[in-house]
Design a protein around this ligand. Sequence first.
Ligand SMILES: CC1=C(/C=C/C(C)=C/C=C/C(C)=C/C=O)C(C)(C)CCC1
Ligand SMILES: [Fe+2]
Length: 343
Amino acid sequence: MGVPAPQTAARETLRPVAFAPGWAALAVAVVPFAVGLRLPPGLQYAPLAASVLLLGLPHGAVDHLAVARTRGRRPDRRAIARVVALYAAVGGAYAVGWFLAPAAAFALFIVVTWFHWGQGDLYALVALADAEHLRSRAQRVGTVVVRGGLPMLVPLLAFPAWYRRVATTLVGRFAPDAVAALSPAFRPDVRLGLGLAYGAVVVATLALGYVRADDRGSWRLDAAETLGLVAYFALVPPVLAIGLYFCLWHSLRHIARLLLVDDGATAALGGGAVTAAFARFARDAFPLTLVSLGLLGGLAFAVPNPPETVPEWVGLYLVFIAVVTLPHVVVVTLMDEVQGIWA
Ligand SMILES: CC1=C(/C=C/C(C)=C/C=C/C(C)=C/C=O)C(C)(C)CCC1
Ligand SMILES: [Fe+2]
């Protein structure tokens, strides 16, 4: 992938900012659980709650500008209107789907997040970490399956009861009994089968990358992150694990990507002004983050069983995230296309 010259310096500045906080936070979070301590459940919801304003929700609130910028254009009214229409049509249809078939909508949420978080990490590897070991499209598809499966499948294998509880909370805003349709996914034999198939894809993808690598530096990074995340999602209870990962891993990497298509931010980063670049992002993301909060409040009134407890509010928030993630994935896939991430 060709990187335009002004971006080279910006990328150098951004790389540690995009990667290090995620590595550090996840490594620290593993420690108490690895030595057998427990954290109060109230605390475990904190990162997901914080994601409403910090990094998480805002990382998608620049979608209306992102496609045009990725194409090297200034986002004009028509470009913004197209993205708003995409959100209304795709997000709107999926929101209706949650009311009509909540269990199926939940299953789709997991599949879509699997793809989306996988594609986010593929970008980080290819464009930020210069992963030259990922040469073919097959390897890149394998990497998306591997990286997305870490947050979506490993918790199902390690913490099925938590997973079911969260599924029940989301589906329960609509139809409490509907969650029974998801029961097969929690059966030990089904989980074992999924775990074995997934393990085979992890081993095959990493082995192929090892064979194809000239200089093994980027392969080592890929393998270390993958195995580190297996340990992380196997040890840290999922609400906490996903809350931290969403903010400091997925969203931070995506914000770094957004800064690299914003000429003003790229210029600031080229001069080492990291804070100024992130301030530009915050300014761009602010209006639609506010709109999102309004829509989330509206959703709370619209669902048959409005949320009352913190876990139920977090469940409703996740339904809202699901609805906005589907159009967000279309935007990010267009960015992938323009930037040749799957080449
Ligand atoms: C919290 C949680 C879960 C699901 C979280 C999901 C699916 C989050 C998706 C977020 C997205 C798509 C953000 C946008 O980039 C699981 C896996 C059921 C396990 C239990 C805890
Ligand atoms: Fe995202």
